[in-house]
Design a protein. Structure first.
Length: 127
């Protein structure tokens, strides 16, 4: 799992974990589209991004993560386009030597993605 980031309309596929020598932990975050937004039923969320900037921001984020938090492997996939309720919209996998750092990094990546990557969402309401 080299540092990889994917922004695409392709569904998120959960793949088996394969550890490298020295790795002892993987933390994974799988974000699912809820069926409700602002107390209203939705059929899904339409995600959009300015792709060149979003991809660069994600790559820079991974580079920064490596520099600030030490070596680790990370995989990030964020869906674009319409994602139906109950379907995954984001996957973050972080592999490290120890469990605590995997959990901390996974949370760190999620926070940074939500606050700095130009990905926008628009709820598609049922009514």
């Amino acid at each position: 799992m080299p540092p990889v980031v994917i922004l695409s309309e392709e569904p998120i596929q959960n793949t088996p974990t394969v550890f490298k020598a020295g790795e002892g932990a993987e933390a994974q975050f799988l974000g699912i589209v809820r069926g409700v937004e602002d107390d209203r039923a939705i059929s899904g969320i339409d995600y959009s991004a300015y792709l060149p900037m979003a991809e660069k921001t994600l790559q820079d984020l991974v580079t920064r993560g490596q520099r600030e938090h030490g070596p680790h492997r990370v995989f990030i996939q964020h869906r674009l386009g319409f994602v139906a309720a109950e379907q995954p919209s984001i996957l973050i996998q972080v592999r490290t030597k120890h469990s605590a750092e995997s959990f901390d990094l996974c949370r760190w990546y999620l926070k940074e993605i939500k606050t700095s990557v130009p990905i926008w969402k628009r709820a598609v309401f049922v009514d």
